[in-house]
Write a protein that binds this ligand. Structure first.
Ligand SMILES: *Cc1c(COP(=O)(O)O)cnc(C)c1O
Length: 397
């Protein structure tokens, strides 16, 4: 009986709309790329995709996916441990381990599942998880599913982390510090050098979620572990194939072999959810081959990010310090962030304005995401549009 809940949900939905928090979807009628066509017929420059390396529609990955459809079929109709593991699944797991310099890797349908299934198999109520306050929703959910004691430290705040480590040390058998590599709303990175020092001092393990940093941060895109030269010191890395690494689907956990082996035995999203489709796996293998053959895309992304952020700062915008491909243009006012994004779309620039509760109250902003697929003329066009609209709305003098 659907009955009364229908009315209840309709009222809740109306409330969400009234608060201006209703998420509508804009419809794209082209492949993903730096330039996309909307279903309104408008062609716009895309500055809000996680397509950091421009691989979402890269001909090499598209071809690899097609080839794998022919050689390995469409679906597996099985979880990995029953009859869902092909040669390419283990090949991709090895390539990921080689890329990050780890011992072994386990694939998941998504990084959401990797994070959801990483804690419960290795930690118990005797242990402690010390988690950054701005960690991704999937980490928060994963921690909830685990019985370990929970500690939360202020975003990238090492004084607070030390306080929490001291506290946790009183009772915990094993301790795990968990952090995003790049925080998606500010573009700041986790200070892994300092986290590593504290981890040593307090005998804690480290887990880094490299979803927004793998492919992006570090000279060769190995992520924040490369940026801070702590490869080999981080115990668990989770990541996605859905952002810089092709933008398709798939997630992974990579690290010490005993941890990965235990996840294969006990991690619920791995044991009870379908195997990654062959086409995504084939494209993933091609992508990691590309990453080892050339650093061209990383170099271009880094140059684009530097160019855009410098020019925006020079134009007078308030830009959050960033060491990633995320550029937060601070506006502080929620309505202004929405008006500005709407006007930018009219100018052919597709960006999103974020405000409370996605970011803290009074810290509304437009988030720009740079890509190796952007050409200098795309960046110039965006900077010009920002400057024009910024002046119209009184953001710039
Ligand atoms: C995007 C993201 C995820 C989820 O990745 P999916 O593969 O899309 O599930 C997890 N953690 C972080 C930090 C992310 O940015």
């Amino acid at each position: 009986m659907y009955g009364k809940i229908k009315e209840h949900l309709a009222t809740e939905l109306a409330g969400i709309k009234e608060a201006g928090l209703f998420k509508a979807e804009r419809i794209i009628a082209s492949p993903q790329g730096p330039e996309i066509k909307l279903n309104t017929g408008q062609t716009v420059l895309n500055f809000c995709a996680n397509n950091y390396l421009g691989l979402s529609n890269h001909p090499r990955l598209v071809q690899a996916a097609k080839n794998t459809l022919d050689s390995h079929g469409f679906g597996m109709s099985s979880v990995r441990f029953i009859c869902g593991t092909q040669d390419i699944h283990t090949e991709l797991e090895q390539k990921i381990a080689e890329f990050f310099g780890t011992e072994d890797t386990i694939l998941y349908a998504a990084a959401f599942d990797a994070n959801g299934g990483v804690f419960e198999p290795i930690l118990t109520a005797e242990d402690a998880i010390i988690s950054d306050s701005l960690n991704h929703a999937s980490i928060i959910d994963g921690v909830r599913l685990c019985k370990a004691q929970r500690f939360r430290f202020d975003n990238a705040n090492m004084v607070d982390l030390e306080v929490k480590l001291k506290e946790a040390s009183k009772t915990a058998r094993f301790k795990l510090i968990v952090t995003d590599g790049v925080f998606s709303m500010d573009g700041n990175v986790a200070p892994l050098d300092k986290i590593n020092e504290l981890a040593k001092k307090y005998d804690a393990m480290i887990m880094v979620d490299e979803c927004h940093s793998a492919g992006v941060v570090g000279k060769t895109g190995r992520g924040v572990t490369e940026l801070f030269d702590v490869r080999g010191e981080v115990d668990i890395i989770t990541g996605t194939l859905g952002k810089a690494f092709g933008g398709g689907i798939g997630g992974f956990t990579t690290g010490h072999k005993e941890i990965i082996e235990m996840l294969r035995q006990k991690s619920r999203p791995y044991l009870f959810s379908n195997s990654l489709i062959p086409a995504a796996v084939g494209a993933g293998i091609e992508m990691f081959d590309m990453m080892t053959q050339t650093n061209e895309l990383q170099d271009k992304l880094h140059a684009n990010s530097k160019y855009f952020m410098e020019k925006m700062k020079n134009a007078g915008f308030d830009i959050k310090p960033s060491r990633s491909a995320i550029c937060a243009v601070m506006l502080y006012d929620a309505k202004l962030s929405q008006d500005m994004a709407a006007k930018l779309l009219e100018e052919g620039i597709y960006v999103i304005g974020f405000y409370y509760p996605v970011v803290a109250k009074g810290l509304a902003r437009i988030r720009v995401q740079l890509s190796a697929a952007h050409e200098t003329e795309h960046l110039d066009k965006a900077i010009a549009a920002f400057t024009k609209v910024g002046k119209e709305l009184g953001v710039l003098k």
